[in-house]
Design a binder for this molecule. Structure first.
Ligand SMILES: C[S@@+](CC[C@H](N)C(=O)[O-])C[C@H]1O[C@@H](n2cnc3c(N)ncnc32)[C@H](O)[C@@H]1O
Length: 373
């Protein structure tokens, strides 16, 4: 199968990072829009994308895009898709999606129209009227935005932020995909030294290790499409072998994490073992107030301090930002990357950032404040 349109949703603000990743993997016709980057490729490219992309949320096959103002237009648009090229007689095809600012606003109704259209199409191709749907799941996704319908098949299954090393997390962990995007912006390399003095479950440091050692993030997990009959078993096997070949463990990356919470530190140690990163990363319990630059000559300090949700928590988060401003001094060779949703972060921290970048942490609008020297 050639020239499939493959679309990957990502965190708002990371589109250029994800398109850079795709170009480096050699994908063709990479195009970006808000929260989504697409390319054209083959089934092998789908396997490669799932295994290698660090900042994509999922890998979807975009099957059609059309305008629908009535259920009949929706039905005909979906029925015109050659579903038989993707779904075999016994495979499952549930439907889910959303609609925003559109005439077809009832999601359950759209869901059942789409299901009916796929069934009609497959009935006519396979000459059967009952589909057992007992074999591999092909999740059909739809979106309807301002009457424009897009229909996708999800090849990933579980979201790509699930790498397989973080079965455990503390409260408010940063998503692995967002952390990977921030590390790309911070240009973490094989010889970097990275510090996270509020490390939570250790995501920034474990992702730093994966990035530095060129370890593909999807090597420790499975993907929905692996069980689809149209995917020859060799496709994912070859993509995994290629990714394994690229791993370079001879790099010098070092990572130091600390957190005030001893349970968080215990989780970090556990998670870094699962990621085989324990030789390069070390963790300890420490209040950020005791973080010191005395022994640091070169380094990247990355953190997402608590945001504070209730008013009393916001006040203590603000006090923490003031403390951070005093502790994170200007020092040649040390750069800081701090993600926060607080509009007055710079005033509280006490310094204007050298660079800012808008990033969404889920639905929360944040800024990545960057301080260089
Ligand atoms: C938003 S979470 C960070 C999540 C982390 N990036 C992850 O991936 O799991 C904020 C962390 O800051 C820690 N923290 C709060 N106050 C602190 C302080 N004074 N010193 C050190 N750590 C602190 C919390 O225990 C929490 O783990």
């Amino acid at each position: 199968m050639e020239n499939l349109k493959i679309s990957c949703p990502c965190h708002f603000g990371l589109e250029s990072v994800l398109s850079g990743e795709m170009k480096r993997l050699g994908f063709a016709n990479v195009t970006s829009e808000n929260g989504k980057v697409s390319f054209s490729g083959t089934l092998s490219d789908i396997a490669k994308a799932n295994i290698n992309l660090r900042t994509a949320e999922r890998v979807l096959i975009e099957l059609a895009s059309f305008t629908a103002l009535s259920f009949e237009e929706l039905f005909q648009g979906v029925k015109a898709i050659s579903w038989e090229d993707f779904i075999c007689e016994d495979e499952a095809f549930p439907v889910k999606g959303w609609s925003l600012n559109s005439k077809l606003h009832s999601v359950p109704d759209c869901q059942s129209i789409i299901k009916k259209a796929v069934v009609r199409r497959l009935e006519s191709k396979y000459g059967m009227s009952i589909f057992p749907e007992t074999a591999a799941k092909h999740q059909i996704q739809f979106s309807i935005l301002k009457d424009k319908v897009s229909i996708y098949l999800d090849t990933s299954g579980e979201g790509l932020h699930k790498r397989g090393y973080r079965r455990n997390s503390n409260a408010a962990p940063i998503k692995e995909t967002l952390a990977a995007g921030i590390l790309d912006i911070a240009r973490v390399k094989g010889d970097s030294t990275v510090y996270d003095p509020m490390c939570g479950s250790g995501t920034f440091l474990i992702e730093s290790f994966l990035r530095a050692t060129k370890t593909a993030p999807g090597l420790r997990r499975y993907f929905a499409a692996e069980n689809w009959k149209i995917f020859d078993k060799a496709i994912f096997k070859e993509a995994r072998a290629e990714a394994l070949d690229k791993i370079d463990r001879s790099v010098f990356l070092k990572g130091f994490g600390s957190d005030i919470d001893s349970e968080a530190v215990r989780l970090c140690i556990e998670n870094s073992k699962k990621a085989n990163a324990e030789n390069r990363l070390s963790f300890k319990q420490m209040d950020v107030k005791d973080f010191s630059l005395t022994d640091i000559e070169n380094g990247i300090v990355i953190c997402n301090p608590p945001y504070g949700e209730r008013l009393s928590d916001i006040r203590s988060a603000e006090a923490l930002y003031r403390d951070m401003g005093r502790i994170f001094e200007r020092k040649s060779g040390v750069n800081y990357y701090i993600i926060s949703p607080h509009e007055d972060f710079e005033a509280l921290f006490g310094r204007k950032a050298d660079k800012r970048r808008k990033l969404y942490n889920g639905m929360i609008k944040c800024t990545l404040y960057q301080y260089f020297l």
